[in-house]
Write a protein that binds this ligand. Structure first.
Ligand code: HEM
Length: 258
């Protein structure tokens, strides 16, 4: 694997705007998220955390102590649905930003077939990928579905405003759906956080907005090609991500990854 050097790129006058030096070692960094996207992501994460803590405190008596974080049981009950309203707005904004990049394609099927190798950290023979792999796409679509279920079922059981519009039976079903969806969503987020930490260099993407050229080359080479070509779509969406004739820019092919 190789590291991309900006001097090389600059010499060839091929350096695109989203590939740049971020340190003095000549290491290349590639922009992955802009500030707005990162703020949107971390607000969503903070709201999800608040919902998890307040929701768990209402879920089982053994977890009721968590309601102290929100000023007691009554306050927790009042705040929890509002956290949910803010989450749906924040997540909807994330959804709109990332939906195009999460559309499944044939590379995802090929990648999934090699899941055994991936878990063992063997990267040889894996298909080149666009901005996201099949696992990330599953997290994206899983959370989209579960947050929608939680929101709709949450409205049904929000007695203070909507109690009179539904029957007790419907509320029982809604409550079951709400709790099940929340448990699965929490499990998915644990996987999401674990994957971000397990794959070295990934958290940097959401904290600082960029990744090393080596990371991009190793995990999302098709995306890197697009960024290196200076195509704006590399960030906003990826039409033609499956284009087999997409040219490989010279500097990327001979840059060793770290
Ligand atoms: C609280 C802990 C969280 C951490 C540490 C975390 C970390 C990360 C990291 C490192 C990435 C960048 C991955 C990459 O570019 O390859 C990412 C992307 C993303 N995260 Fe999180 N995240 C957290 C919570 C959440 C929550 C609660 C949600 C939504 C409910 C969420 C939704 C997303 C989405 C939609 C993306 C873009 C990837 C895609 O569209 O598939 N994250 N996260």
């Amino acid at each position: 694997m190789s590291v991309l050097h900006t001097d090389e790129l600059k010499r060839d006058e091929q350096i695109p705007r989203h590939v740049h030096d971020a340190d003095r070692k000549g290491r290349v960094y590639v922009d992955r998220y802009n500030t707005t996207q990162r703020i949107n992501h971390w607000i969503t994460a903070a709201l999800f955390t608040l919902l998890t803590l307040s929701g768990l405190s209402l879920f089982h008596p053994s977890l009721f102590f968590l309601s102290n974080l929100f000023g007691g049981g009554q306050d927790t009950r009042a705040y929890h649905p509002w956290f949910g309203v803010f989450l749906i707005v924040s997540f909807a904004m994330l959804f709109v930003r990332f939906v195009k990049l999460n559309v499944p394609n044939r590379d995802d099927v090929r990648w999934m077939r090699k899941l055994g190798n991936i878990v063992q950290n063997k990267h040889a023979g894996l298909p080149e990928l666009g901005k996201y792999n099949a696992g990330q796409k599953m997290v994206f679509w899983g959370q989209s579905a579960l947050i929608s279920v939680m929101f709709v079922s949450g409205i049904v059981i929000w007695d203070q405003y909507f109690g009179k519009y539904t029957s007790i039976d419907i509320k029982r079903y809604a409550l079951a759906a709400h709790s099940m969806a929340a448990l699965i969503a929490i499990l998915i987020i644990i996987v999401h956080i674990y994957a971000g930490i397990w794959i070295k260099g990934t958290t940097r993407a959401m904290i600082r907005g960029s990744v090393t050229g080596g990371w991009a080359y190793r995990h999302h080479r098709k995306w890197l090609r697009k960024v290196a070509l200076g195509r704006e779509e590399a960030r906003a969406g990826e039409p033609g991500a499956n284009d087999p004739h997409s040219p490989m820019p010279g500097p990327v092919s001979h840059g060793p990854a770290e």
